[in-house]
Design a protein around this ligand. Structure first.
Ligand SMILES: [Fe+2]
Ligand SMILES: [Fe+2]
Length: 292
């Protein structure tokens, strides 16, 4: 196991860097004094992101009545938070969606669809419980499992073994299997990536502890919020004959000041969020849209 950890650490030196334009957008939109013009200028440097912003603003997801072809108008209509979320999402999806070294045993698209769903549910929970900044919650949800995509890219053989072990043992998550086989988990690797991208430490911590929120040293509630959003999306997607509320971590509920009695209502809302997330993901994803 120790050599496996060393291999992870060595290869993680090659972690993808956040494109400069994305860092610029993240820091500009985090500044309350930022101008629409600065943001528009930064986006216009990147034709891919510009095209995605225009595509999203003209998609059925927003349903604006007339065609919008002007980037600064699109930025105004979408708002700075959405512009940042689109920029980050498009960058993350663009980097990881293609199967790199992976042999395709791990379904990256399913992981990304799940991640956008968790982003929407986490934002909803943040608004509902007033426990966390809702846009930070969205980004946390988007990135919570990014460590899996890193593992599938850089340590694909070992990661697939962990996935298979988790399946064989009927584990709900690959988290324990990763710890057992690799000595490191996707949660920790996600935290490393967020540090490398110089996103807020609070975000890194929440991602790093989304499977063990009570161990988060700084803000266990943010980790609990991601834990809960993650559980809810799994509960929704694994339910054929109704949802099993016992899949929601009691510890996460407790940390968020919620009770088991709230779960059914929250799951109804989460289902709507997850549907919105799918529409958002499809609007950003050319391949999916092209294939209907
Ligand atoms: Fe996870
Ligand atoms: Fe997850």
């Amino acid at each position: 196991v120790e050599t496996a950890v060393k291999r992870v650490v060595n290869r993680i030196v090659n972690l993808p860097t956040l494109p400069q334009m994305v860092s610029t957008i993240v820091s500009l939109t985090g500044d309350s004094n930022c101008s629409i013009r600065d943001v528009t200028n930064a986006i216009s440097m990147d034709p891919t992101i510009s095209a995605k912003i225009l595509k999203l603003v003209n998609s059925a997801f927003y349903g604006f009545p007339s065609q919008i072809s002007n980037l600064s108008q699109a930025v105004v209509l979408l708002g700075l938070n959405t512009v940042r979320n689109v920029t980050l999402s498009a960058s993350v999806f663009g980097t990881f969606q293609k199967n790199g070294n992976g042999d395709g045993k791990f379904d990256r698209t399913a992981c990304l669809v799940h991640s956008s769903s968790v982003a929407f549910i986490a934002r909803y929970l943040a608004n509902k419980t007033s426990r966390q900044d809702s846009e930070e919650a969205f980004v946390g949800g988007l990135l919570h499992d990014i460590g899996k995509l890193i593992l599938d890219t850089h340590l694909s053989r070992e990661f697939i073994q962990a996935v298979e072990l988790a399946d064989a043992k009927g584990m709900v998550s690959t988290y324990d299997a990763e710890q057992e086989m690799l000595g490191v988990t996707h949660a920790t690797i996600g935290r490393w990536l967020i540090e490398r991208w110089k996103l807020p430490d609070s975000l890194g911590e929440a991602v790093g502890y989304h499977h063990a929120p009570d161990e988060a040293p700084g803000n266990p509630r943010f980790a609990a919020l991601l834990c809960m959003a993650n559980c809810m999306d799994h509960a929704l997607s694994s339910s054929e004959d109704g949802i099993d509320p016992s899949r929601i971590s009691p510890m996460a509920l407790d940390l968020l000041g919620l009770e088991a009695a709230h779960v059914p209502g929250l799951l109804d809302a989460a289902r709507e969020e997850s549907e919105k997330a799918n529409a958002f993901f499809s609007a950003l994803d050319d391949a999916r849209e092209a294939s209907g």
